[in-house]
Each structure stands twice: as C-alpha cells, then as structure tokens.
Design a protein around this ligand. Structure first.
Ligand code: UGA
Length: 450
C-alpha cells in the first residue's frame, strides 16, 4: 500500500503491455514495481529511456518516476505487492498455438509467501489457461494466491488513452473477493466492468480481436467486389457504418491487417478451436482473405506495368500501421518479398520503422521523394499522414511512370488524377482512362539521366 492507501502493483514483463499498464496505474496513484528478466531492458528503463515508441508513455513514466521501480528481482515485484500482473509475451508457436512458456516461468518463479495477493493475467492466453494456472498454484503450495483474468484491449499508438478511457474492463475470477479487488483498481476510470468466469474473460479477448479482424476482411472483400463492379468502398463503408447496429469502426479497406496481435491471436483462436475438435470456418476464411489481400497489389502492378522484372517499385510506409515503428507481420514484408521474387527493384521508405534486417535486397531511402525517384510505381503501404503530400507535379515528373497505387485509400483520387497521375486505390472505381502512357523499356526518368 502507498501512503495514500493505494494498493501496490507488481508487474511481470516490461514489454509494451507491462509498461503501459504500470505507467497508467502509477498515474492513478499506485506504487508500481515492474520486473523483467532482461538486464539491458531494466538498465535502459532505470536510465529513463524506453525500448520502443508509444505516444504519451515516456511522459507518464517520467511524471511518475517516484512511484515506479524497475527490477530483475522477482521477490521485489511480489513481496510488497497486493497484485501481480502478468504481462509477458505469448507468441505463436510453429503449430499456431500460443507459446505460454513465459507464463509458466512466472508461475514457477513466484516466491513462497504466506500473504495473500492476486495474480492478474493481462497477457492474451488460450481459454482454459486460468484453470491450468490455478491448478499450478495449488500444486506449488500457493493456494492462497488469488487469480483473475483481466485482458488488455490496448492498441499500439493509443495504448495510454485506451487504458485510461476504456470501453470496458473485463474481470474474470474464480472468487468474488478477487474480482472485487481488481474491479476496484479501475473504479476511478468510470468504465463498465464486465464480471464473468475466467474462461469467458479469456474468450472475450480472443473473440473481440477476431471480430475486429472479421470486419476488416469483410470490408476488404466488399472492396474487391467494388473493384469488379464499379462501386466505391469508401462510400459503401460510410453507408454501412451509419447504421447504429453496425457502427463505423474497423471498416477501412486496405492491404490487410498485420501487427503483433491480430495475426497471432487469429491463429491462436483457430488452433484453440481445432484442438477442441471444432473447425472455425469463418475465422479460417478471415485469415485467408487477409493473406490474399496483401498480394493483390502485385496483380494491380502487373495490370499497369506488365512483367515486373526490372521495374522499380517504391513502397511507401513499412510499419504495420501508422504511428508505430512496429514491423511485426507488416503487410510490407509480404509485398516486398513478392516483388523481389518477381525480379522488381524495391525502393523502401518509412519515417520511423527500420526494416533493413527484415527485407533483404531492397534499397532503403531517407525520404519518400527519393524512394519514388525514377520509379515505375509508388505503392502507399502504410497510412502515414505525410503521404497526403505525395502527389505533386515535381513528384510526378521525377517518376519513370506516374503510377500511384494507394493501398490505404489515403489520397483524393480526383485531385491525384488532376495532377496527371494514374491512380488506383482499394475498392475505388477506376476508369479506362487510368492507363499509363507508353514508355520505351530502357528509358529512365529525365533527371535520372542527368
Ligand atoms: C489490436 C486491437 O485494436 C486492440 O484492441 C488489442 O488490444 C490489440 O490488437 C491486442 O490484442 O493487443 P493493434 O494491433 O495495435 O491493436 O492495432 P489496430 O489499430 O487494431 O490495427 C490492426 C491492423 O488492422 C493494422 O494493420 C491496421 O492497419 C489494420 N486495420 C485496422 C485495417 O486494415 N482497417 C481498419 O479499419 C482498422
């Protein structure tokens, strides 16, 4: 307990979820002890630095320095704590199941304490994990330790806001007193609290992500049908989203979803179902649609440019979404490797993400203007706001052929076409006039020859 009577919170895992959770609880007045197993990470955090970029997180930790401690010592994280939040990674294994080894390590490392505290699972885990942890606690003689499933719903780039202004807080517990204690931690946020059993709490997290992915794959398929029929998916999404039963969110058509959560959580839920003997057909289709969506750009490029061998293609934006430097499962990785496999020359740019170790054979440029110079096509892969400034007469003249494939529907098609570009978005109508002028093969852009 702090002097103000706020319970102390121990956190296992100084990753993205652990740091955001710790910083936000500190902001709410709790003493927080964050424990990690990687010495370099703890040293970095003790020196006041962050291992990754997340809006507002740095300021929050700085402002609450006096309340937050970082440690390698498992005892320090638990001994004075009323809660031990598990915020460790649960990456996919080769089979697609979640790898829970870091969770089991936390369980194995818990010191024998007579005092009661509550172990709170924030990490995304398969349904049934809580019951296994409960059994593991009993087996270790830690039957007095409470257990609560309290999944996180934080999106990268807006995690601090998502924590402090949640749509809901899910609390799944075996015992009502543990649910009460965890719910009380969030009382000041004024959000609805969904109380349920542990299995249901675990499923809420997986189902929420699966539903969001379903919406994206759905609108991407609608976009593909729009392309075949001449409708405009942007207007269609607007018209769908105004129905209060459907809502406007996660209806942005594009090159598909990526990131550290959706790809792994979709596989984990699919495998969870399969391991229980159920074939989750809809989710399997949602995943497949997403895989195909990343590759559709190749067909569009070929439609405009013919064979891609020797063609120069600029990939604008590499991170899996704007506002982050995260390259995990980014659609750009699939796109770049497909292009390189076709023999295209790939010129890549991102304002923050460093993909040099992930994409071999591409050239990385410091500005988007350099990336598109002499290019046969510019592909907008990530919706970085600065790319709204891409279509200018100067950029058009610097390209070998003025083709923009807008994978995030970021630009205004009419304005781009008025500047003399050939433009194609995702699920937006294109006209037969959208064809490139004939360019003799060996000729490069004027400035390139100069
Ligand atoms: C996602 C969820 O939004 C969070 O609620 C959840 O807590 C988190 O996963 C997690 O499980 O930890 P995140 O992966 O950070 O968060 O990013 P999102 O903003 O949800 O975007 C995911 C992907 O979907 C991105 O590649 C984005 O470009 C794509 N997307 C999103 C679309 O293609 N269209 C949309 O309309 C929305």
């Amino acid at each position: 307990m702090s002097a103000a009577g706020k319970p102390t919170i121990g956190i296992f895992g100084a990753g993205w979820v652990g740091l955001v959770t710790g910083a936000c609880f500190a902001e709410l007045g709790h003493p927080v002890v964050i424990r990690d197993v990687v010495p370099e990470r703890i040293e970095l955090l003790q020196a006041g630095e962050l291992p990754f970029h997340e809006a507002e997180l740095g300021e929050l930790l700085e402002r609450n320095r006096h309340r937050v401690r970082f440690t390698l010592d498992v005892r320090e994280a638990v001994e004075g704590s009323d809660f031990a939040f598990v915020c460790v990674g649960t990456p996919p294994t080769y089979s697609g199941d979640a790898d829970l080894s870091a969770v089991w390590t936390v369980l194995d490392e818990l010191p024998q304490l007579d005092r009661r505290f509550v172990l709170v699972m924030k990490s995304t885990v398969p349904v049934g994990t809580g019951e296994k942890v409960r059994a593991g606690l009993e087996a270790r003689g830690l039957g007095q330790v409470g257990y609560v499933s309290n999944p996180e719903f934080l999106a990268e780039g807006s995690a601090v806001r998502d924590f402090t202004r949640p749509d809901r807080v899910v609390v799944g517990a075996f015992e009502p007193r543990d649910a009460d204690a965890v719910a009380a931690l969030y009382a000041d946020l004024g959000a609805p609290i969904v109380r349920c059993d542990v299995n249901s709490a675990e499923m809420i997290k997986l189902a929420a992500n699966a539903f969001l992915m379903t919406r994206i794959s759905f609108i991407n398929e609608i976009a593909n049908v729009c392309e075949a029929t001449g409708a405009d998916v942007e207007r269609v999404a607007e018209g769908i989203g105004l129905d209060h039963r459907l809502g406007p969110h996660f209806l942005k058509a594009g090159l598909g979803w990526g990131g550290s959560c959706f790809p792994k959580d979709s596989l984990a839920l699919k495998q969870l179902a399969a391991n229980s003997g159920y074939h989750f057909q809809l989710l399997a289709a949602v995943i497949e649609v997403n895989e195909l969506q990343k590759r559709r750009v190749i067909g569009k490029l070929e439609k405009h440019l013919g064979k891609l061998r020797g063609k120069r293609v600029a990939l604008l934006g590499l991170a899996f979404k704007a506002g982050t430097d995260d390259m995990r499962e980014a659609p750009s990785l699939v796109l770049a490797s497909r292009l390189l496999a076709e023999g295209a020359e790939v010129r890549a740019w991102d304002p923050v993400a460093d993909a040099t170790a992930l994409i071999h054979g591409a050239d990385f440029l410091d500005t988007y203007a350099e990336a598109v110079r002499g290019a046969d096509a510019a592909v907008i892969v990530t919706a970085w706001p600065e790319l709204r400034e891409l279509p200018t007469a100067e950029i058009r003249d610097s390209m070998r052929s003025p083709l923009i494939l807008d994978g995030r529907n970021l630009l205004d098609p009419a304005a781009v076409r008025a500047l003399g570009f050939v433009y194609e978005g995702v699920g937006r109508p294109w006209s037969p006039a959208d064809v490139l002028p004939e360019t003799p093969e060996p000729q490069r852009a004027k400035h390139e020859l100069a």
